[in-house]
Design a protein around this ligand. Structure first.
Ligand code: KDO
Length: 337
């Protein structure tokens, strides 16, 4: 009987004998894994830049990192399902999007819970996170590799400060505030005192320029990266959500990788998340001056009033009902360190 070796079988045999041990993944060019990354972020957003400049090169020996920005591959909020169906391999996902599948993820999207970037990392690496990660892997086929720092979200309005000064949530009554489309986001908009309008990230600039909405909320680096400052006149530094994203990865692809490849992918994700985090933090420190030079009023409202009001909206809410007992206390304890 003549056994016909396929090229792949031959490569497998050679790798097994260590002949190709030098090539970590033992993958030949055509065997490289394609990692389609679907995100609504722009190419110049620091999270995108970090993935392209740190993650991509680090995995290049056995994987082709293929970013798709500005919701060009999948609409915002549909990326996780795309990964689950095998139509994408990576995304810059949000807790709010995960909360559409698993309501308990809303705890990570709750106003004034995370204190800062370091707190986000401590929470993501704490054992409390395991059941959340496990559920996303087992029920959605999505592995959460690392936590990325998106930044402190603030209220950004078309109205000038003279027209509308935001001191307490009462000042946002009737303000048509664009929030992303999921329930957790809409709830946060209401908790701020505003009237939230669901809208995809890609439509925000036009909606601000036409007056279809009165404002939006995002961190300063996003306001600058997307040029929202061109069509708005003020930023009330509410810091209502120290926002995060997760580097979401296909569990199916992960499981097919060798342990060496998995270790490289994990480290590459952690390194990219850290690089992006440091860049975002640096920008947050620099951009108030830039935005004031663009003519925006940038000021701090009554933070105690906002914190107290927003947190009170979550007590007894449907979201709080979904949180596993004791997790909020564990998160708070990690933030106090
Ligand atoms: C947004 O749509 O305002 C938002 O900031 C929500 C985040 O969860 C995240 O999806 C982000 O957009 C995108 O990564 C674009 O920055």
């Amino acid at each position: 009987m003549i056994t016909t070796f396929t090229r792949r079988a031959a490569v497998t045999a050679l790798v097994a004998t260590g002949v190709l041990a030098g090539s970590v993944g033992g993958a030949l060019a055509e065997d490289k894994i394609t990692l389609r990354m679907a995100a609504s972020a722009s190419e110049t957003d620091q999270r995108s830049v970090a993935l392209a400049e740190v993650f991509g090169p680090a995995v290049a020996e056995f994987a082709d990192y293929e970013p798709h920005y500005n919701s060009t591959l999948f609409a915002q909020g549909t990326e996780l399902e795309a990964i689950s169906r095998g139509n994408a391999e990576m995304s810059i996902a949000s807790a709010q999007e995960l909360a559409q599948f698993f309501p308990e993820f809303s705890i990570f999207a709750t106003g004034y819970v995370h204190q800062d970037a370091a707190h986000q990392v401590a929470v993501f690496n704490d054992p409390l996170m395991e059941p959340f990660k496990q559920k996303a892997e087992e029920e959605l086929g999505v592995k959460l590799l690392s936590v990325m720092y998106l930044g402190r979200r603030h209220v950004n309005l078309r109205q000038s400060k003279d027209e509308l000064t935001v001191t307490t949530p009462a000042d946002l009554a009737g303000v048509n505030l664009r929030m992303p489309g999921t329930d957790a986001w809409q709830y946060l908009g209401k908790a701020l005192g505003a009237s939230p309008t669901p809208m995809a990230f890609a439509e925000v600039y036009t909606a601000l320029s036409t007056g279809a909405v009165d404002g939006q909320d995002n961190p300063l680096p996003t306001v600058v990266d997307m040029k929202f400052y061109e069509v708005t006149k003020q930023i009330a530094l509410t810091s209502h959500l120290v926002d995060l994203n997760y580097i979401a990865f296909s569990k199916e692809v992960w499981d097919k990788m060798t342990p060496e490849q998995q270790a490289i992918v994990q480290k590459a994700a952690d390194d990219a998340a850290e690089a992006g985090r440091q860049k975002q933090l640096q920008l947050e420190g620099e951009l108030v001056a830039f935005l004031e030079e663009q003519g925006l009023a940038v000021y701090e409202p009554d933070l105690a009033a906002f914190r107290e009001h927003v947190q009170a909206q979550y007590v007894g809410s449907e979201f709080a009902a979904s949180w596993p007992d004791g997790v909020l206390e564990q998160i708070n304890a990690l933030g106090a360190k």
